[in-house]
Design a protein around this ligand. Structure first.
Ligand SMILES: NC(=O)c1ccc[n+]([C@@H]2O[C@H](COP(=O)([O-])OP(=O)(O)OC[C@H]3O[C@@H](n4cnc5c(N)ncnc54)[C@H](OP(=O)(O)O)[C@@H]3O)[C@@H](O)[C@H]2O)c1
Length: 317
């Protein structure tokens, strides 16, 4: 049974209330932590109410139930600002990017109904309504729904987010630790501009304070080609895996086989296409300052020690 607390012992009476979707997840956790540091009362909307226990005793919890707009609006009542991290990585079961778009529209409606003034929404670099990739297309549709809502907004567009709980870079390191060969799709010359999760959280919380409508790329100070990024991780963790270049279809097949081995979805065909289409870089100035290279060095012993499973996080209770 989901607990819906109304009193948060961590903040002073009268503190403003902000709502974060997914505060027991990856970026939502750091947004919630930063809000708490600023003395803000935090409520999270989540389907995983028993997540991260250290945060759990400090924030309020309500269901992220898109089928019940009235309940969502009640959970958003009294909040000035909502930080939305909700999205799905890939289609699975009854949920795909189209349903994630509709769900997010429900959240936006509920926020407007509840009198929320501002939404800080986490999107993706280079979304486009014309994209053949449902992830990037869906993100563009959601951005448009936010722009045409009554809420003031900050739309933040990260490319790749790194930090202790990250999945993508961690699992590259995991593969480099375990397998004698690591395959790059194509030439590996397409770019990535990762941002540290705490820099993203800082940007989100700062953006929550203003009422100006903004759309900004959330990217770190370093841009890598995918091949250089894999080399960097390989060198930092001391892997001896041989890096080879193969056609994208080969990587998709290898990912599918590995997915069966680890009982997860390691990388989808669309994710490989998004990567290779150079969509994970920005033309804007960096908004994050933390160096991935430095962070990796500091976390060389732990990065990729354990496999991080998307299905474990989001599909199994
Ligand atoms: N991580 C990255 O490298 C990266 C890169 C670019 C853009 N982004 C964007 O940044 C935002 C946050 O990403 P994140 O990695 O921090 O996400 P996350 O913590 O894994 O999940 C964020 C929220 O989405 C919900 N969610 C995720 N997958 C779901 C599923 N399959 N079904 C139902 N709910 C699901 C979570 O639900 P629960 O609360 O129930 O767990 C949580 O509320 C997303 O919009 C993502 O598109 C992330």
């Amino acid at each position: 049974m989901m607990q819906d607390t109304t009193v948060n012992p961590a903040t002073a009476p009268g503190a403003p209330l902000h709502v974060v979707t997914g505060a027991f997840g990856f970026s939502g956790k750091y947004i919630a932590l930063r809000l708490l540091e600023r003395g803000i009362r935090v409520r999270t909307l989540t389907n995983h109410p028993n997540g991260d226990s250290s945060l759990r005793s400090r924030i309020e919890v309500a269901p992220l139930n898109f089928r019940n707009v009235a309940e969502l609006a009640r959970s958003l009542q009294g909040a000035t600002t909502v930080y939305n991290t909700y999205w799905v990585r890939f289609a699975r079961g009854r949920t795909n990017h189209e349903t994630a778009v509709e769900n997010t529209k429900v959240l936006i409606r509920a926020a407007a109904q509840a009198g929320v003034q501002r939404i800080v929404h986490v999107s993706i670099t280079n979304p486009s309504p014309a994209s053949p990739l449902p992830y990037f297309r869906g993100k563009a549709v959601v951005e448009e729904a936010i722009r045409s809502s009554a809420l003031s907004y900050a739309i933040l567009r990260p490319a790749v987010v790194f930090g202790a709980e990250d999945i993508l870079l961690n699992n590259i390191a995991w593969m480099l630790r375990r397998f004698p060969v690591f395959a790059l799709p194509g030439k590996g010359d397409y770019g990535l501009q990762p941002i540290f999760v705490e820099d993203l959280a800082a940007l989100a919380v700062d953006s929550g304070r203003s009422r100006e409508n903004i759309v900004v790329d959330a990217v770190g100070p370093e841009t890598y080609s995918y091949a250089d990024l894999v080399q960097l991780i390989r060198g930092t963790i001391g892997s001896r895996s041989r890096i080879v270049r193969i056609p994208a279809a080969g990587v998709v097949l290898a990912s599918w086989l590995l997915s069966r081995m680890v009982n997860d979805v390691v990388l989808t065909k669309d994710e490989v296409s998004g990567l290779m289409a150079n969509l994970l870089i920005s033309k804007e100035s960096p908004t994050g300052s933390t160096s991935l290279r430095a962070w990796l060095q500091a976390h060389a012993r732990t990065t990729g020690k354990n496999y991080a499973s998307e299905l474990e996080r989001h599909y199994r209770s």
